[in-house]
Design a protein around this ligand. Structure first.
Ligand code: GRG
Length: 338
């Protein structure tokens, strides 16, 4: 990782994992599997519950939360309960998403439901959801004023609702042939952007920022989420397979409704007809997408969200080394995907 980020990562990452670990700790042997499944998903242990050296997942959301708190002039340690709650919520949603999508691997590892079965995986997800709220209750033990704690609870709860709405639309779209680009953007606004928006807003509240700055941070997080997803969709068709670790044929073969595919479907009746056939010629689909201008459209959309993210970040005037680190991280999140 880059040098300006390194000192923050060294400080923040162990603190985030310690905070989560203290929520998941138990010495009751009857719950070895209960906590073990969650620890496995977070990457701390292998499937036999032996400790591992690497964590699973980038912890982007809690890192952004702590950086924004610090850059707003607050004490990042005060934001740890919220950062832990956000990461637990994110991971809970991934455990359930893997069941809903029938995914066998996540982060290069076997998914929880594949190892321990769907009923236990549903319960592991539910447990993480409840424990996310448990993590949030620790905000009351900090110096954060009670009205700010209440505001954070509300933002967190609204983000949960938006996540479920986004996931609902995503599943609904799988069975529909006529999904518009607008409908798709609404879906990722919930599924991907809502939690990042809440993450950034909560960081600003804990940092003591005024309401205007809090709202710039919310818009920053939302636009980072939208840009992140749009670039991901582009990489799904035109990415470098060696870098992404994912075949560029898989989204097309799965008939996934991603931004460039939906745009091209709206432009080309030949493509719509082709995707309705039982056999898909991936090369032909990419040709049709290219001539419909789908890559340029998706790149332009992603660029607009990236520019908006940077503009809101600048308007929030993040200060000091944490501010510099935030600017760097934002560029990194966006650059890696363009
Ligand atoms: C919140 C009550 C409640 C329900 C959630 C299952 C569900 C409903 C939502 C699923 C949402 C979902 C799977 C969103 C995907 C978002 C996304 C961009 C995931 C990848 O994020 P990274 O790259 O992942 O930060 P890592 O692995 O680094 O943690």
């Amino acid at each position: 990782m880059e040098t300006v980020l390194e000192p923050f990562w060294q400080r923040f990452l162990p603190a985030i994992d310690d905070e989560i670990q203290s929520i998941l700790a138990s010495d009751d042997d009857d719950y070895r599997l209960y906590y073990g499944m969650m620890a496995y998903h977070l990457g701390w242990v292998d499937e036999s519950f032996r400790p591992r050296q690497e964590r699973a997942g980038k912890r982007i959301r809690p890192l952004i939360c702590l950086l924004i708190c610090d850059a707003a002039g607050g004490e990042w340690q005060q934001a740890l309960p919220a950062a832990a709650a956000i990461e637990l919520l994110h991971n809970f949603s991934l455990i359930h998403d893997d069941i809903e999508d029938d995914s066998v691997t996540r982060r290069g590892r076997t998914t929880v439901w594949t190892l321990w079965g769907i009923p236990q995986a549903i319960n592991a997800g539910d447990s993480m959801f409840a424990l996310a709220y448990h993590a949030l209750t620790r905000l009351s033990q900090t110096l954060i004023p009670a009205p700010s704690v209440a505001q954070i609870w509300q933002i967190f709860t609204e983000a949960c609702i938006r996540l479920t709405k986004g996931q609902h639309l995503d599943m609904l779209f799988e069975g529909q042939d006529d999904v518009s680009v607008e409908a798709y953007l609404k879906m990722i606004g919930g599924k991907t952007a809502a939690l990042l928006a809440a993450t950034a807003e909560i960081g600003a509240i804990v940092g003591g920022a005024n309401r205007e700055t809090q709202l710039h941070c919310e818009a920053y997080g939302r636009n980072v989420g939208l840009a992140f997803q749009a670039y991901d969709d582009i990489l799904g068709v035109w990415g470098d397979e060696e870098k992404t670790g994912k075949s560029t044929a898989s989204d097309i073969l799965a008939r996934k409704k991603t931004l460039p595919i939906l745009y091209a479907m709206g432009q080309s009746s030949e493509l719509r007809a082709h995707l309705a056939r039982p056999e898909i010629d991936v090369e032909r689909v990419v040709q049709l997408m290219d001539s419909a201008g789908a890559k340029d459209f998706a790149l332009e959309t992603a660029r607009q969200y990236s520019d908006a993210a940077v503009a809101h970040l600048e308007a929030a005037q993040p200060a000091g080394e944490a501010g510099a680190a935030l600017r760097h991280l934002t560029a990194e999140l966006i650059r890696r995907r363009s």
